[in-house]
Design a protein around this ligand. Structure first.
Ligand code: UTP
Length: 291
């Protein structure tokens, strides 16, 4: 079955980036001139996704506004020169990239609970999940890489990368064995492992493709790490029962949920930016001499 639906959970509290996220969702933090969530929507669209559900909560109206039309602004830009016309085209396109829907997670009870809010949108189809604070940039969209694995194996797929021993306790840890190329069979996983619980240094980073059975599993998943209903705990049930596929995806991943991740994204994207890239590179070189 072709995967055309995606869910972007964006209802977390973003406590690691306070006070910036007190009234501004972290998913709206810009990387140079585009909010994080727009990069994520663009990745989904480039992966063949047509319908996107964004899970929001109180105070995330800014996300809804970003994907809407703004007649007054469009009117003003339409009277400008070629550069204003280019921006006009771009901001109109944002509103038409895909069919974008919103639902509110009424209580912040964890990522698993947030995904559970997508049940009626998803129906009985497999679907992609793109975490709202994980931006992945690369030629071959990460979501598309996972969708191809789903098409090959017909099983739930997680996007993984190897992380350091020191970092793994902040993520999940997966039990994996090689399948072929960058594909691994995954039969177990654990969220935020303590040192003696580490299964491997492969961690899920921001992307998965799930069968609709995940919703019943989420309904029966007890709160785990941090007292939240963890998506990893629900996927662990799926991995133990049916097996899953882990794809070591290509592309640079930026964690927009923490300060260092945000700064790395800013610097690397700015260096490639067609408008400011050259000037920023020159500035950075000068700055480096003083470090
Ligand atoms: P995180 O655990 O990184 O988000 O969730 P958080 O809770 O906002 O982070 P901190 O620790 O307080 O800084 C990963 C993704 O899942 C979403 C978040 O918005 C983020 O995109 N999420 C998390 C939800 O949608 N609902 C939740 O209840 C929790």
């Amino acid at each position: 079955m072709k995967i055309t639906k995606a869910v972007i959970p964006a209802a977390g509290l973003g406590t690691r980036v306070l006070p910036a996220t007190k009234s501004m969702p972290k998913e709206m933090l810009p990387i140079v001139d585009k909010p994080a969530i727009q990069y994520i929507v663009e990745e989904a669209v480039r992966s063949g996704i047509r319908d996107i559900l964004i899970i929001t909560n109180r105070g995330k109206g800014l996300i809804e506004d970003h994907f809407d039309r703004v007649p007054e602004l469009e009117e003003r830009l339409s009277k400008g020169g070629p550069e204003k016309q280019r921006i006009l085209k771009e901001i109109i396109e944002i509103a038409h990239k895909a069919n974008i829907y919103f639902v509110r997670q009424k209580e912040t009870r964890g990522l698993g609970h947030a995904i559970g809010c997508a049940r009626s949108f998803v129906g009985n189809e497999p679907f992609a999940v793109l975490y709202g604070d994980d931006v992945i940039l690369g030629k071959d969209p990460a979501c598309a890489q996972l969708i191809r694995a789903y098409e090959e194996f017909g099983k739930g797929v997680v996007g993984v990368k190897k992380v350091s021993k020191e970092a793994i306790s902040k993520y999940s840890s997966l039990k994996v064995e090689p399948l072929h190329d960058n594909y691994y069979r995954c039969t177990d996983m654990i969220e935020k492992p303590s040192p003696d619980e580490i299964l491997s240094l492969y961690a899920i980073l921001g992307r998965c493709v799930l069968p609709p059975d995940i919703f019943d599993i989420i309904d029966h998943t007890e709160p785990g790490a941090g007292g939240e209903i963890q998506l990893t705990d629900a996927m662990r049930t799926l991995a133990r029962r049916d097996g899953m596929v882990a794809v070591e995806f290509t592309g640079r991943r930026y964690d927009m949920g923490n300060k260092l991740g945000i700064m790395k994204a800013q610097v690397e994207v700015a260096l490639q930016h067609p408008e400011i890239g050259a000037d920023f590179r020159a500035y950075l070189k000068e700055l480096c001499k003083t470090l």
